[in-house]
Write a protein that binds this ligand. Structure first.
Ligand code: PGA
Length: 259
């Protein structure tokens, strides 16, 4: 049985005031939540403040990226050792912002996956196709290549206790989410692709959907059997909305598991 994971990706948003208030509000709203793992990924600069503000809560700390190196002359980067030291658990890698603005290749992202595993951290591997790739029918091909970069170097076992976030680029921050049917088809394919290597690993891996998840579409997305939660951008910056999305996961997955 997979436990859903809803994670907030704050991106380049935050201030000491915002971190304090948003976490306080989230703690109030999510005090008694169970049946869904919850994490937030603030900007690196606020991880220590967020960790302290989360003390004693069930909300886990995440981060938005990691470098492939553990230490040394790499100005401006954050290492997996540092993330572990600060108490972060779920680390986003391969987000389309990084693939696009930093030209990160699938192979380079696979190295980030490896360094996180070496430190016992949980990679949240973002994959997904562009609008053009989608309209030319290349979605599965793109996702396959992005996953294979990890599979071919680390093997299927690397996906044990790891997370995949399917985030079609055309849906990120656009208000135009994939439909539940569209997303489910890709999630099912991703699980099938992993199952060809190791069915037990495929069965347990968490596959989140990301891209314009809101309070209005979350419940229907989570009702799909292979959608195990969400990576939420914009809507994670409002405590009310984020809590509503988490509660939608709790409700939807309870129904699925019991049926
Ligand atoms: P969005 O972002 O929810 O604002 O579309 C999702 C993401 O980029 O992880």
């Amino acid at each position: 049985m997979r436990h859903p994971l809803v994670m907030g990706n704050w991106k380049l948003n935050g201030s000491t005031k915002m971190v304090k208030e948003l976490i306080r509000n989230l703690r109030n709203k999510l005090n008694s939540v169970s049946g869904c793992n919850v994490a937030i990924a603030p900007p690196a600069l606020y991880l220590a403040q967020a960790k302290q503000a989360l003390t004693g809560s069930k909300i886990a700390l995440g981060a938005q990226d990691v470098d492939v190196n553990l230490s040394g002359a790499f100005t401006g980067y954050t290492s997996a050792e540092m993330l572990k030291d600060i108490g972060a658990k779920y680390i986003i890698i391969g987000h389309s912002d990084h693939r696009t603005y930093h030209k990160e290749s699938d192979e380079f992202i696979a190295k980030k996956f490896a360094v996180l595993k070496s430190q016992g951290l949980t990679p949240v591997l973002c994959i997904g196709e562009s609008k053009e790739e989608n309209s030319t029918g290349k979605t599965k091909q793109v996702c396959t290549h992005q996953i294979d970069a990890v599979l071919n170097t680390l093997g299927a076992s690397a996906f044990e206790n790891s997370v995949i976030a399917y985030e079609p680029i055309w849906a990120i921050g656009t208000g135009k989410s994939a439909t539940p049917t569209q997303a489910q088809a890709v999630h099912k394919y991703i699980r099938y692709h992993l199952a060809k290597q190791d069915s037990a690993i495929a069965e347990q891996v968490i596959i989140q959907y990301g891209g314009s998840v809101t309070t209005s579409n979350a419940a229907e997305l989570f009702s799909q059997p292979d959608i195990d939660g969400a990576l939420v951008g914009g809507a994670s910056l409002k405590a009310d909305d984020f809590a509503t999305i988490i509660n939608a996961a709790v409700t939807a997955k309870k129904t699925v598991y019991l049926s």
